[in-house]
Design a protein. Structure first.
Length: 310
C-alpha cells in the first residue's frame, strides 16, 4: 500500500501519532511518505493537534482518508496495536530528540483542561523507543509525578544519561522525595514546567520545598489568566514567582473550539511578562503598549472577567 502522511499543524514539533503510523505501515511492508499532493495514495493519515491550526486546504487524492488528533476529534485514539509501536523518528530528521510518555490522563480534573475528557484518569503506559539520533528527551506526561510508576520513569530517564525536559510537573503534589528525584535528573534551564493556574491554590510552600533541591533557573511556571482570576491575582502570582527567582510564563485561556479571543488586558499582560526584557526593566503599571495608555489602569479599575467557558 502507498501511505501518505499530513502533519496539519506543520513540522515544528514531531507528531507522535504519525511517527507510530509510519512505523506500523513500514513494518507491514507499505511505502510511507509525506503526502505530496501530486500522486494518488491508498491511504492518507491527517493529524491535527491544535484546533487553532488552519485545516488542510488541498483535496486529498486517496482511496481512504483518516483524520485524527485533538484538533479534529478529542475522543479518537490510535488502535492499541499501533499505539504501542516504537515511533519512526526518521520522518522528522530535523528534530533530534525523543518524545516520551510514561503515563496518560491525570489525577486532577481542572475545568479548563481537556486532558480528562480526552484521556481520563491517570494510567501508566508502556515505554516506547528512543530517537536513535536524539540528543535529549521531551517528556510530555500531563502530570508526571501522579503516575504511580514515576520512580521507574525517573530511573529510566537517568539511565539514558540524556538531558530531559519535563513538561508536566504538578507543583501541588510536590514533596521532598519528588524534589530529590528531580535533582537527580539531567535538566537544563527552564526544563521543568510547573503551573499556577488557580490563584486560590497556594503553591508557594511546595515550591519553596522544591527549591531546596532544584535550581530555580531550571523551573518555568505557566500562569493561566482570563479564566477565573482578576488582574490583581494575576499580578500577585507573577510577583510571588519572580521573588522566588522562578520564571513565569503567562497563558491567556483558550477554549477547545478556539472561539474565545483574549482580551486586550490579557494580551498586554502576557506581552509584559513573556518578553523578559520588559519584565525585568519596568513594572506592569508603567508598561505603555500603546501611545498614552499605561497598564496601571487595569489594576486600578479592578477589571472583572467573564469566567464562563465559551
Ligand atoms: S493538572 Fe494539568 S493536566 Fe491535569 S487536569 Fe489540571 S491542567 Fe490538566
Amino acid at each position: 500500500m502507498k501511505i501518505g502522511l499530513i502533519d496539519v499543524d506543520g513540522h515544528n514539533f514531531p507528531n507522535l501519532a504519525l511517527m507510530k503510523l509510519s512505523s506500523y505501515h513500514k513494518e507491514k511492508g507499505d511505502s510511507v511518505e509525506w503526502y505530496n499532493g501530486l500522486e494518488y495514495y491508498d491511504k492518507v493519515y491527517m493529524s491535527k493537534i491544535f484546533t487553532f491550526s488552519p485545516d488542510e486546504k488541498r483535496v486529498i487524492q486517496a482511496k481512504n482518508v483518516i483524520r485524527g488528533g485533538t484538533g479534529y476529534d478529542i475522543q479518537k485514539k490510535l488502535p492499541y496495536h499501533i499505539e504501542n509501536v516504537d515511533p519512526d523518528y526518521s520522518i522528522y530528521p530535523m528534530h533530534q530528540y525523543s518524545i516520551m510518555f510514561f503515563s496518560r490522563g491525570c489525577i486532577k480534573k481542572c475545568p479548563f483542561c481537556l486532558v480528562w475528557d480526552k484521556e481520563g484518569k491517570i494510567n501508566s503506559v508502556g515505554i516506547t523507543g528512543l530517537n536513535p539520533d536524539g540528543k535529549h528527551i521531551e517528556v510530555l506526561d500531563n502530570n508526571f509525578f501522579a503516575n504511580p510508576l514515576w520512580r521507574d520513569a525517573v530511573m529510566f530517564l537517568n539511565k539514558t544519561k540524556q538531558y530531559v525536559n519535563l513538561h508536566g510537573v504538578d507543583i501541588r503534589i510536590m514533596n521532598e522525595e519528588k524534589a530529590h528525584a528531580l535533582n537527580s535528573m539531567k535538566l537544563k534551564g527552564s526544563s521543568i514546567h510547573i503551573a499556577w493556574d488557580n490563584p486560590k491554590d497556594d503553591i508557594i510552600p511546595n515550591l519553596k520545598q522544591m527549591l531546596k533541591y532544584v535550581k530555580r533557573y531550571k523551573i518555568m511556571c505557566y500562569v493561566l489568566i482570563g479564566y477565573w482570576s482578576t488582574p490583581e491575582q494575576d499580578y500577585e502570582r507573577i510577583m510571588k514567582l519572580s521573588e522566588l527567582g522562578v520564571d513565569p510564563f503567562v497563558q491567556p485561556y483558550r477554549d477547545y473550539h478556539n472561539k474565545r479571543i483574549p482580551t486586550q488586558y490579557e494580551k498586554d499582560f502576557a506581552s509584559w511578562v513573556n518578553k523578559k526584557e520588559r519584565f525585568k526593566s519596568f513594572s506592569f503599571k508603567d508598561f505603555e503598549p500603546r501611545k498614552g495608555f499605561k497598564c496601571g489602569i487595569y489594576l486600578k479599575n479592578k477589571i472583572q472577567f467573564n469566567h464562563e467557558r465559551v
